[in-house]
Design a protein around this ligand. Structure first.
Ligand SMILES: [Ca+2]
Ligand SMILES: [Ca+2]
Ligand SMILES: [Ca+2]
Length: 141
């Protein structure tokens, strides 16, 4: 989700293709045209569930994860499944994203005017400067 966001914002700033559906707006829960830390963390969490929660019951099971990532490192589940029941809830995923500080780092790097939020111009600039880590973003690693 973040990945699409950054690609889209880069796209609109570089080529002016503004007809793309706005993923940025989708992440911007309070519609203030800025992404806060919470909005970023919720966006990464939502992206994780979009990717792995095949039956859309808002639980990622070990089986669902293995279906998509048969050779994946078990640390993926360990890092997120706080109560070790083999199921990742949205709350567990969100707290894992928060704990690992990934979005905080991203926000600090992206927020060039240091007002604590990311606007679409900042997101677009960051995306074009850091193509190498965009692939990590959609699962929050
Ligand atoms: Ca916002
Ligand atoms: Ca599920
Ligand atoms: Ca769990």
């Amino acid at each position: 989700m973040i990945r699409s966001l950054l690609i889209l914002t880069a796209c609109s700033s570089l080529t002016g293709c503004r007809d793309e559906p706005s993923v940025f707006n989708g992440l911007d829960a309070n519609q203030d045209h800025r992404l806060s830390l919470t909005e970023l963390e919720q966006g990464v969490t939502a992206g994780l569930f979009k990717t792995y929660d095949a039956d859309q019951d808002r639980i990622i099971t070990t089986i669902e994860w293995r279906k998509l990532d048969p050779d994946g490192d078990p640390i993926f589940m360990h890092q997120r499944d706080d109560n070790r029941d083999g199921r990742i809830t949205p709350e567990e995923a969100l707290s894992s994203v928060h704990r690992r500080g990934f979005c905080r780092d991203l926000l600090n790097k992206t927020d060039t005017n240091q007002d604590g939020v990311v606007d679409s111009a900042e997101a677009g600039r960051w995306a074009s400067d850091h193509p190498e880590i965009i692939d990590r973003l959609h699962i929050g690693d």
